[in-house]
Design a protein. Structure first.
Length: 331
């Protein structure tokens, strides 16, 4: 069975869960896990852990992410994206006001997640409550939008916006954000701040930490992401999606990032070398000591432990205390 990380380019109209079947079949394994879902309407990068690498899932989800979004102004849906039901309409915003709103929401802010999301409140998934018509108070969370870049704006005649007084119908924006940031909510809040409303018309995830979409299996089959691309898009049918998946299965093995030092760096881990005399102690989970390692342990990131060119596990250092995150077995 393969151990490692697979980068997969999910297509719009496909769930993150169904995307895993391509990897499961291609590698003949059931032990897979993704490091963050993408909504069905969205496309882009899924970072999938396979075999013993599934232990890394919760640590890779901490990484920042990069997206491109097409925001459609004038209507808001219950899901905050194009497949939902319209719940609000408003006048289109002015281009100058939109620019100011994007700037306002760049940096650290409080965000209220969408009611249709996987977040749990009082032990129940928000999306399940929303589908049953139940409303609950959704607590806000701290997010950080590290960077926002407006790539294109069009008015209601699909002409480029050039002056502050031009109205905005569609906006193509790139965002670099912290863990837990919902781009759907970001579109809603930006629209509210320029006295309008909006929903996401399209979304693509380009990067997770150091992992990039351009290196993912199936990347070349994705359409160009832009406003015109959205307006002229033709979604693949279920049969076409299945055909795409079958065509990619044979190539999965060529897209496995092995659990080596290079992959650990891509995951954002510090590389730590275990002294050979302590292999048995480490594998058996005995108390950790700094003297077991050849180099300095990082307190700012997780530490990927290697010895004799093999990945042994992950440890952390917090307030001077060393602890195991997980130990890789069977090596």
């Amino acid at each position: 069975m393969a151990d490692g990380i697979v980068l997969f380019a999910k297509n719009s109209g496909q769930t993150s869960f169904s995307s895993l079947f391509t990897i499961k079949h291609g590698l003949n394994t059931k032990k897979v896990g993704h490091t963050g879902t993408l909504d069905s309407f969205a496309d882009g990068l899924l970072v999938v852990c396979v075999g013993s690498a599934t232990h890394l899932v919760k640590y890779i989800t901490e990484l920042d992410k990069e997206y491109e979004a097409v925001i459609e102004f004038g209507s808001e849906t219950d899901t905050l994206e194009l497949t939902g039901n319209v719940v609000k309409t408003a006048e289109l915003p002015k281009y100058g006001d939109f620019i100011k709103a994007v700037d306002k929401w760049t940096g650290e802010n409080d965000q209220i997640p969408p009611s249709f999301s996987a977040i749990h409140v009082d032990g129940k998934r928000l999306s399940d409550l929303a589908r049953n018509g139940k409303s609950v108070e959704i607590p806000s969370r701290k997010i950080n939008v590290y960077k926002s870049e407006i790539l294109d704006c069009r008015n209601d005649r699909n002409e480029k916006c050039t002056g502050d007084s031009d109205v905005v119908k569609y906006a193509h924006v790139a965002f670099t954000v912290s863990k837990g940031t919902y781009i759907r909510s970001l579109a809603r809040d930006i629209a509210n701040d320029c006295t309008s409303c909006a929903h996401l018309a399209a979304l693509r995830r380009n990067r997770v930490g150091n992992f990039e979409l351009k290196n993912a299996l199936g990347y070349e089959t994705l359409p160009k992401f832009c406003i015109d691309g959205f307006l002229n898009q033709k979604l693949l049918s279920p049969e076409e999606l299945k055909s795409r998946e079958r065509g990619l299965e044979e190539d999965v093995k060529n897209y496995v990032f092995e659990l080596d030092e290079k992959t650990a760096v891509l995951c954002g881990f510090n590389i730590l070398f275990l002294k050979p005399d302590f292999i048995s102690d480490f594998q058996n989970g005995k108390k950790l000591n700094k003297s077991m390692f050849e180099n300095q342990i990082s307190e700012k990131s997780f530490n990927a432990v290697f010895c004799q060119d093999k990945f042994r596990g992950l440890i952390s250092l917090e307030n001077g205390n060393l602890s195991y995150c997980f130990v890789r077995s069977g090596i």
